[in-house]
Design a protein around this ligand. Structure first.
Ligand code: GN1
Ligand code: MG
Length: 389
């Protein structure tokens, strides 16, 4: 049997029905046969996080009669259009991190993702509908959270991201394929946004004049980091590029951030993108799609906890420009996300998965609220960085 919970998305019954039937159509039991599973298929469970790929947890019964779990994902090839290169990247970096973990007596199966290969030794499987599938070992005893539950989470995930960047600091950036070129080129995101405005594909421009104005008036901010990169003042590093809070696995017993997951966008980037996105998604009092903006606040306490943890493990690898722009990066990455969500709303919701009407607009407004909060607090944010640098 395959179970279909985890896809529940609040009150939206149609979405749940559609998502369930879409996912049911994947015959997981047949699909996973192509991978080197250690056991007999028991069930597959839909997992509702992530705006891009489809994720399942697969349970098998192994030879000792114990349940073993795997993460099984359908890669969204409309976005990741070269799965071969993408998986090569992931294999390279997880091997690199795995070796470092092992050298320190740790368990690579727990501290990074480990690819489960197909029977013919490949990193992914292409099914008869041309859907692309990959599998990882499941990291047991740890979980991800959609939202920070205690300040300690921020301190510890900050440490984990700093450690991740450090583990990859000696990995040659040119050995990685540029999976999504210009992914965090905020200036280019801004240009794309202006194009979406002109095209007005979904006829929604008139509905969101205030939000559009908010973004247009911040054009200058979108160029700051990219200019510093071009001038050679900010180094190109191997970065994660999608450091949403729920992409860090937290140990259930100790609350330590034990592994950074969702490695699809690991490629050349700025350390600041990763710091900024962690703040956007972690130092907030609400979920990314909370509609009641009175509940959406940027939390200075959480910002401080994360900064403290991150600088503890990565502080000595960062240069002056990086340190000087940490506080700003939180704001600019949040602005970038607002641009992306609102841009997708204007395009008619073609990029991010949505599960209710106006979902992308709700998300954009939520991010705009955070940007406003950060602007009001920018000087204190800089003071906090200065306290720990
Ligand atoms: C997407 O799929 P997920 O939720 O891990 C997106 C990120 C955004 C994030 C916003 C490849 O990540 O860039 O920050 O949604 N990933 C891609 O929630 O576009
Ligand atoms: Mg993710």
């Amino acid at each position: 049997p395959e179970q279909w919970y985890g896809v529940t998305y609040r009150e939206d019954r149609d979405f749940v029905k559609n998502a369930i039937s879409r996912m049911k159509a994947y015959r997981l039991k047949e699909l996973v046969k192509h991978f080197q599973l250690e056991g007999k298929f028991l069930k597959g469970i839909g997992h509702n996080s992530g705006h891009i790929n489809d994720t399942f947890v697969i349970e098998v019964l192994n030879l000792e009669g114990r349940i073993k779990r795997y993460i099984f994902q359908r890669i969204n090839t409309k976005i990741f259009n070269n799965p071969e290169k993408l998986m090569e990247n992931i294999e390279k970096i997880t091997t690199h991190i795995g070796k470092k973990v092992e050298a320190l007596g740790g368990d690579p199966l727990r501290e990074t993702l480990t690819i489960v290969k197909t029977l013919d030794g490949k990193n992914f499987y292409v099914d008869e509908d041309n859907e692309v599938w990959r599998m990882y070992h499941y990291i047991e005893g740890a979980k991800t959270y959609m939202k920070v539950e205690k300040p300690e989470h921020m301190y510890k995930t900050g440490k984990a991201l700093g450690k991740f960047q450090k583990q990859l600091s000696d990995f040659p950036v040119e050995d990685l394929y540029d999976t999504l070129p210009n992914f965090h080129n905020t200036a280019m995101r801004f240009e794309n946004f202006k194009r979406a405005l002109e095209n007005n594909r979904a006829g929604r421009v008139d509905l969101v004049r205030d939000e559009i104005q908010f973004i247009l008036s911040r054009e200058k901010d979108t160029r700051v980091l990219i200019d510093l990169l071009e001038k050679g003042k900010l180094p190109l590093r191997v970065t994660h590029n999608d450091t949403k809070f729920n992409n860090i696995m937290i140990d259930e017993a100790t609350d330590e951030g034990i592994a950074v997951i969702d490695l699809d966008t690991v490629m050349g980037g700025l350390s600041l993108y990763d710091f900024g996105d962690s703040m956007r998604s972690g130092a907030t009092t609400a979920l990314e799609d909370e509609e009641d903006l009175s509940k959406v606040n940027f939390s200075m306490e959480l910002f401080e906890e994360y900064t403290r943890g991150f600088l503890e493990t990565a502080g000595d690898t960062l240069n002056k420009e990086e340190l000087d722009h940490l506080a700003f990066s939180a704001k600019v990455i949040t602005l970038e996300q607002a641009i992306r969500f609102l841009g997708d709303y204007l395009d008619g919701d073609i990029y991010y998965k949505i599960s209710k009407e106006n979902h992308n607009l709700i998300r954009a407004r939520n991010q705009i609220k955070l940007v406003k909060d950060m602007e009001a607090n920018m000087e204190s944010m800089k003071d906090i960085v200065n306290k720990y640098r």
